[in-house]
Design a protein around this ligand. Structure first.
Ligand code: NAD
Length: 544
C-alpha cells in the first residue's frame, strides 16, 4: 500500500547542455548521430518485457531526407493487444502493491540513465527521426523528460502525504491513494519525446500499468526511451510498447473491461473521436475511465503600443519557428498595433529571412524539416491560400520543397481579415499570421483574440504599460491555460510553468504536476475506531 515514510530527493531542473563548438557534449552527440544514421534497426513491440516481431513491417525515415531509412518497425494486431492487456493485468498485481518508494526509484533511475549514458542516444534519435536541432532535442528528449520523471516523484510523495487533518478522539482517518484498477491507454504525439515518455510513466509511478502507443512518426526515439525504462528496472508488463495501425489497435483496446483511463496528447479531432468511442463502451468498463487529453492550440501574441519592439520580434521568431512551428504552444497568430508595425516589420522580416534550415546534423541550422508528407501537404495548402487571397500578403518565406526532405520556409503572412482560416485554425507548421489593428481598438482586439479560435492553450502579451498588461490578463483569462507576459508562449518548464489548456485544447490536467498525477489514483478513505461503542442508544434517549 502507498506510504510515505521515506523522503524523495528534492528535484532540480536538469541543466540544458549548450552543444557549442569545442564542448565535449557536441563531439559526443555528433559521434552518436553518425553511428545511428549509419545503421538500420528493427523495432519490435515490447510486451511483457519481450520483443515481439509480427513480420508486417513499415519503414521509419528521416523527415529531412526521406529516402534514408533509419528503421523498420513491426505492426501489432488484435492478437498482440490481447496479450498486452492480459500481461498488464498480471503485472498490476505485483506492481500496484509495491511500496511507492520502490516505484519511485525506478523512475529516478530512468532519469539518471537518461541524464547520463542514454542522453546522446535519445537526443540523436530525436534529431534524426523527428528532425529536431540539437538544442530542440536537448530541451525536450533530455531535459524535459528527465524533469518529468524526477518531479513526478516529488509530486507523488506530496499526494501520498495528503491525509485527513482532523481525527476525532479515538479515531484515526487515513486515505489510501489506490492505483487505478486496470490499465491506462497512453497515446502520445510525435512532437515531444518528453511527452511520449511521460504519458505512460505517470500512471505507472502511481502504481498503475499502461499500454503505450507512440505516434508512427516518433517510434524511433520512443523505442530507445522504452529501453531506458527497462534498464531502470521497470518490471515486465508494467508498460507495454504497442505499435501498429492506430485505429486498429484502438479498436482492440477500448472495448476491454480492464480499460481504466486515457492519457492522451495529440490533435483535438482524434481526442474527440476517442472520447466518443469510450462512451460507446461505457457499460463494459469496471470503472468509469479517467480521461486526460491535451490537444491542439492556436496560440497568440498580442502586442500593445507600449511593447518593447526588440523583445517582441525575437519572441515572434522563436515562438513561431522553433521546431518548425510544430509545438502545440507555437505562436501562430499575432496582433500588432499600427503604430508599431512599421518598426516591427523590417527587423522581423530580416530575422526570419536569416534563419538557416536543413539537416539537424548541420549545427548551423535553426530549423529542419516538418514531420511527414501529410504535414507538408496540409501546411503548404495554407501557404497557397495566403498566396491566392487578396486579403493576405506573405512578407517572409512562402516557399516549400519536398524533393529531399519535407522543408517549408518560415513564413510570415499579414492578413487584413482577423478571422481568416489562417488566424483561426491550428496549422502546426512554420506559418505565423499577423493582423495589424488600429491603436485605439486595443480593447476590441482583446475581445477578438478571445473569440477567434476554439482553442485556449498558450498566449502572450507584450506591453510596458502596466494597465494594459492587467487588462489583457483579465480579458484573456480563459483564452490560454499558459499565459506569458513579455515572453514567448513556448518553452514551459516542468516544476515552473505546469502545462495545459482549456476549451478545445484539452482537459487542462497540467502534465508534470500533482494535478495530473492525482488523476491516476482512486482514493479509499479509511476510518479506524479504537474504542467502538458497545451499545446502540444515544444520550438524548435517556429520560422521557
Ligand atoms: P495526432 O492527433 O495526429 O496523433 C496523436 C496520437 O494519436 C498519435 O499517437 C496517433 O498515432 C494517434 N492516433 C491517430 N489516429 C488515431 C486513431 N484513430 N485512434 C487512436 N489513436 C490515433 O497528433 P500529432 O500530429 O502526433 O501531434 C500534434 C498534435 O498534438 C497537435 O494538434 C498539437 O497541438 C497536439 N499537442 C498538444 C500538446 C498539449 O500539451 N496540449 C502537446 C503536444 C502536442
Amino acid at each position: 500500500m502507498a506510504s510515505a515514510i521515506f523522503t524523495a530527493p528534492t528535484p532540480q531542473n536538469e541543466p540544458v547542455r549548450s552543444y557549442a563548438p569545442g564542448t565535449p557534449e557536441r563531439e559526443s552527440l555528433k559521434k552518436k548521430l553518425d553511428e545511428l544514421a549509419g545503421q538500420q534497426i528493427d523495432i519490435p513491440l515490447i510486451i511483457d518485457g519481450k520483443e515481439v516481431r509480427t513480420g508486417d513491417t513499415g519503414n521509419y525515415v528521416m523527415p529531412h531526407d526521406h529516402r534514408h531509412v533509419l528503421a523498420t518497425w513491426h505492426k501489432g494486431t488484435a492478437k498482440e493487444i490481447e496479450s498486452a492487456i492480459a500481461t498488464s493485468q498480471r503485472a498490476w498485481k505485483g506492481w500496484s502493491l509495491l511500496p511507492w518508494e520502490d516505484r519511485a526509484a525506478v523512475m529516478l533511475k530512468a532519469a539518471d540513465l537518461l541524464a547520463g549514458p542514454w542522453r546522446d542516444t535519445v537526443n540523436a534519435s530525436t534529431m534524426l527521426g523527428q528532425s529536431k536541432t540539437a538544442h530542440q532535442a536537448e530541451i525536450d528528449a533530455a531535459a524535459e523528460l528527465i524533469d518529468f520523471w524526477r518531479f513526478n516523484v516529488h509530486y507523488a510523495e506530496k499526494i501520498y502525504k495528503e491525509q485527513p487533518e482532523i481525527n476525532d478522539p479515538g479515531i484515526w482517518n487515513r486515505i489510501d491513494h489506490r492505483p487505478l484498477e486496470g490499465f491506462v491507454y497512453a497515446i502520445t504525439p510525435f512532437n515531444f519525446t518528453s511527452i511520449a515518455g511521460n504519458l505512460p510513466a505517470a500512471p505507472a509511478l502511481m502504481g498503475g500499468v499502461s499500454l503505450w502507443k507512440p505516434s508512427r512518426t516518433s517510434i524511433y526515439s520512443n523505442y530507445f526511451v522504452m529501453k531506458v525504462l527497462q534498464e531502470a528496472g521497470l518490471p515486465d508488463g508494467v508498460i507495454n510498447f504497442v505499435i501498429g495501425d492506430s485505429a486498429a489497435l484502438t479498436n482492440s483496446i477500448l472495448p476491454s473491461p480492464h480499460y481504466a483511463g486515457l492519457h492522451y496528447t495529440g490533435s483535438t479531432e482524434v481526442f474527440l473521436m476517442l472520447w466518443q468511442k469510450m462512451a460507446e463502451n461505457l457499460r463494459i468498463y469496471r470503472n468509469y475511465p479517467r480521461i486526460v487529453g491535451e490537444t491542439g492550440g492556436k496560440d497568440f501574441v498580442v502586442a500593445h503600443s507600449s511593447a518593447d519592439v526588440d523583445a517582441l520580434v525575437v519572441a515572434l521568431t522563436r515562438g513561431a519557428f522553433e521546431y518548425q512551428g510544430q509545438k502545440c504552444s507555437a505562436d501562430s497568430r499575432a496582433y500588432i498595433p499600427e503604430s508599431l508595425w512599421s518598426r516591427v516589420k523590417e527587423p522581423l522580416v530580416d530575422m526570419v529571412n536569416s534563419i538557416k534550415m536543413g539537416d539537424p546534423r548541420d549545427f548551423r541550422n535553426f530549423m529542419c524539416a516538418v514531420i511527414d508528407n501529410s504535414a507538408f501537404k496540409s501546411i503548404s495548402e495554407y501557404i497557397d491560400e495566403a498566396k491566392s487571397s487578396a486579403d493576405m500578403e506573405i512578407v517572409a518565406g512562402g516557399g516549400y520543397d519536398d524533393s529531399k526532405g519535407y522543408f517549408i520556409e518560415p513564413t510570415v503572412v499579414v492578413s487584413k481579415d482577423p478571422k481568416t482560416r489562417l488566424m483561426c485554425e491550428e496549422i502546426f507548421g512554420p506559418v505565423l499570421t499577423l493582423h495589424v489593428y488600429p491603436d485605439n481598438k486595443w480593447a476590441e482586439m482583446l475581445e477578438l483574440c478571445d473569440t477567434t479560435s476554439a482553442y485556449a492553450l498558450t498566449g502572450a502579451v507584450f506591453a510596458r504599460d502596466r494597465a494594459a498588461l492587467e487588462e489583457a490578463g483579465r480579458v484573456l483569462r480563459y483564452t490560454a491555460g499558459n499565459f506569458y507576459i513579455n515572453d514567448k508562449p513556448t518553452g514551459a518548464v516542468v516544476g515552473q510553468q505546469p502545462f495545459g489548456g482549456g476549451r478545445a485544447s484539452g482537459t487542462n490536467d497540467k502534465a508534470g504536476s500533482s494535478l495530473n498525477l492525482i488523476r491516476w489514483v482512486s482514493p479509499r478513505t479509511m476510518k479506524e475506531n479504537f474504542v467502538p461503542p458497545k451499545d446502540y442508544p444515544y444520550p438524548y434517549m435517556g429520560g422521557k
